[in-house]
Design a protein around this ligand. Structure first.
Ligand SMILES: Cc1ncc(COP(=O)(O)O)c(C=O)c1O
Length: 375
């Protein structure tokens, strides 16, 4: 009965595709402890160091003084909404200057929920080819049609819009801003132009940019001064905020529609109140004081040849990529091999991600080690 699964697992192993869960001993700030070694963590989304930070955790717990429970025991639409959920949604609205916000249990839930219901029968979604798996999964669940345009190629997107827009009722364009695996940035201004020209809804996933880009930490749309031109922005609390959960924020009608139609929102227990309170506390009390550190981190990313704090080092084959991680490990750096299907075949890579704690010497040393193996 299990033969077919065993065969898949054997194939994965022989192609260096096999994944397993690693058990870490401990994480604190920029370090991760694995197999008895203390390593600099270059594979973290803890961009601002708010997760795994004992001082921050203690300060938060002292501030909230046992006011929040560790379980909500209900979905939001049943008995799962206490004041702190609405307070966090209002905090996001104030930060972004948006009409309404809806919290989801994770970025994955948010994208699957949004992309599965935003396009109905007779509607269409245009999605960047390298958009995150959660966007793709959402589109696959949608009863609308979807097209994937070549990565960041807005000319190709316009050609598609010219050919296809007239065949559908509603049209949606969806893109990440900072791409999770390549660290490059979509041409958001052009996406806004195309959305306006072809009467589309624009959805941007700022998962990796929220908390990092822009004076207030809103994301790339803030840097460009066009937050108000986007119909729906998705962000996660699981990366730079160091917490858990996510949000969709923007147009009031769309948010009310999601509240009524996004199944990943409706049919899941709400996050624990303590977790919602932590996200709110970080956004209100810590994020406003991070601008200089964030700018420094982005400058370092730029020095390493990236448009952001995410630096891809493309190696090629799975085996070479895994071997490169081993070399870095032996030199005190923790990195992970990123392989298909997360990235296209033949582009297996290291995805180095910066945090505000990692300095130039450490980053450049890690990069030079990775490149030695490549040559
Ligand atoms: C672009 C993008 N969107 C959404 C997500 C999912 O967010 P979360 O980890 O909160 O589920 C990720 C996470 O890797 C991501 O990279």
């Amino acid at each position: 009965m299990f033969n077919q699964y065993t065969k898949v697992l054997e194939d994965l192993k022989s192609n260096s595709h096999f994944r397993n869960v690693r058990n870490f001993e401990k994480k604190d700030e920029k370090f991760i402890y694995f197999n008895g070694e203390k390593l600099i963590n270059l594979s973290s989304n803890n961009y601002l160091g708010f997760a795994d930070n004992q001082k921050i955790t203690e300060e938060f717990l002292n501030t909230v003084n046992n006011s929040y429970s560790f379980g909500s025991a209900s979905a939001r639409l049943l008995t799962g909404t206490l004041p702190v959920y609405n307070e966090l949604e209002n905090t996001i609205c104030e930060l972004f200057g948006t009409q309404k916000t809806l919290i989801f249990n994770s970025g994955y839930h948010a994208n699957v929920g949004v992309c599965s219901c935003i396009a109905g029968n007779g509607d269409v979604i245009f999605s960047d080819k390298l958009n995150h798996a959660s966007i793709i999964d959402g589109m696959k669940l949608s009863s609308g049609k979807f097209f994937r345009y070549p990565h960041k190629n807005t000319d190709a997107l316009e050609k598609l819009l010219i050919r296809e827009r007239k065949n559908f009722k509603n049209a949606i364009i969806v893109s990440e801003t900072v791409f999770s695996m390549d660290g490059d940035i979509a041409d958001i201004k052009r996406l806004v132009e195309l959305k306006e020209k072809y009467n589309c809804i624009l959805i941007l996933d700022e998962a990796h940019a929220f908390g990092v880009f822009g004076p207030k930490g809103i994301g790339v749309t803030e840097t460009l001064g066009i937050t108000d031109k986007v119909d729906l922005i998705i962000g996660t609390f699981g990366k730079s905020i160091g917490s858990m959960g996510a949000f969709a924020t923007g147009n009031k009608i769309l948010i009310e529609y999601l509240t009524n139609r996004a199944r990943s929102f409706i049919f899941s227990t709400a996050l624990p109140p303590i977790n919602i309170a932590f996200s709110k506390w970080i956004i209100e009390n810590k994020l406003p004081y991070t601008y200089e550190k964030r700018q420094k981190m982005l400058k370092l990313g730029e020095k390493a040849g990236s448009e952001s704090h995410i630096i891809p080092i493309i190696i090629g084959t799975n085996k070479d990529t895994v071997d490169t991680c081993d070399i870095l490990f032996k030199n005190g750096y923790f990195t992970l091999p990123i392989r298909p299907p997360t990235v296209p075949e033949g582009t297996s890579r290291l995805r180095l991600s910066l945090t505000t704690e990692i300095d130039e010497k450490e980053l450049m040393h890690a990069i030079s080690l990775a490149k030695q193996k490549k040559q």
